[in-house]
Design a protein around this ligand. Sequence first.
Ligand SMILES: Nc1ncnc2c1ncn2[C@@H]1O[C@H](COP(=O)(O)OP(=O)(O)OP(=O)(O)O)[C@@H](O)[C@H]1O
Ligand SMILES: [Mg+2]
Length: 305
Amino acid sequence: MTASTTSGRSTTAPSTTPVLDVSGVTMQFGGLRALNDVSFGLTEGEIIGLIGPNGAGKTTLFNCLTGLYTPTSGSVALRGEALPGDPAKVTELGVARTFQNIRLFPSMTAQENVLVGRHARMKQSPLSSLLHGPGFRRSEKAAADRAAELLDVVGLTRFADELARNLPYGDQRRLEIARALATDPSVLLLDEPTAGMNAQETEATRRLILDIRGLGISVVVIEHDTKFIFTLCDRVLVLVQGELLVEGTPDEVRGDPRVVEAYLGAPPDEVDAQIHAGDHAVDHAVDHAHERTGGSSTRPAEGAR
Ligand SMILES: Nc1ncnc2c1ncn2[C@@H]1O[C@H](COP(=O)(O)OP(=O)(O)OP(=O)(O)O)[C@@H](O)[C@H]1O
Ligand SMILES: [Mg+2]
């Protein structure tokens, strides 16, 4: 486990080994360019925060990183190898994700939902599975043990046998994280993991993500809650209208007038005044912008969200 500062952010410097390399990704939907020439690298053990106004292209970027969308141009490589345009194969290679709109199996128990993730990893011959031979039983037992472990990691042991649909909303989000971890990822992509959570649940999730990094997993996290992002992440990317507008440490990003302007749409002079009026101008701007749109967790589910 890594050491923590008083804010809980890890003090262990991420290495510079690139795990995920995103290069010039553009995604065009008819006349709409949802992503324009987006490039960044995720290094080993790094936590990157991805912020930006509603409709900026954040979820679209995740969809491009996980094979759900094939970028119009550009490439995504995991440890130097181009990722295939097939979500199941991307999962097998070690990139896992959660969804902005929770995608659990509501009529399965919490443990069964985690086992679904685990099965993406298990290598059993069809014959062994069919005959329920010793190899099959061994691997089923190992999968059940691992599922129990992961439920413990996310603090849901008490809900192991509860149907997913009966879990409180915040716990459903944590269950999605457990299911993603069950695929043994080296990269975890989290799309608004604290949407709909109260302050305590959000803090618990922040600590959970730090623990996940402690397991050696690199993380990219989308979130509208900038306080959460700025106290969690090593680096923050700001996506605005499909373009990476600003990239830097939390301190660099929160003090960048372009970021506040992108959220508020205010002229630079006004933005400057806001920056000097308080260190938390971006937090307020983002909260305000998000409130205006009603927050994404209240929207109906859509295809690839
Ligand atoms: N499959 C699609 N077909 C057409 N347009 C799409 C598709 N997926 C996303 N878009 C559009 O691409 C843009 C970016 O959407 P995206 O969902 O990536 O935004 P976002 O940054 O995740 O926003 P939010 O914060 O609201 O979740 C939007 O204009 C959206 O309508
Ligand atoms: Mg989104």
